[in-house]
Ligand binder design. Sequence first.
Ligand code: 2BA
Length: 109
Amino acid sequence: MKLLYAIVHDEDTPRLMAELNKSGFRVTKLNSSGGFLRSGNTTLMIVVEDRQQQAVLDIIRSYSSARKAAINTNVTPSNVGGSYVPYPVEVTVGGATVFVLNVEYFEKM
Ligand code: 2BA
């Protein structure tokens, strides 16, 4: 069995969860936030049989979209007398970041 952690954009979550459920996959949703942007994202936990891994990845790929985000960093150029100047940096977030782990044991009590 495999445990997939999929970090996805909040806005993609409802549709993605609906599509996973529609295809018979169970999902646990965790509210998370990225260490770089410090803004909210969603981590989905999905446990499946090995043979189902590709189908889950295909669904995640289909319903996660990449987006641009901007973050302000403070820089101190020498020509502004040592004061901090906000400097916007644009990054591309996602579609999805997925980690796949082996599940040693699984039981529902
Ligand atoms: P964040 O950490 O908020 O990162 C958002 C986006 O900022 C990243 O998009 C990437 O484009 C950029 N970024 C992150 N760290 C950077 C750095 N040190 N220097 C320059 N740019 C940087 P994604 O790569 O698509 O990641 C989206 C979210 O997925 C991340 O949000 C984080 O929550 C998670 N993530 C990505 N890679 C991870 C990893 N190796 N381990 C754990 N979580 C990860």
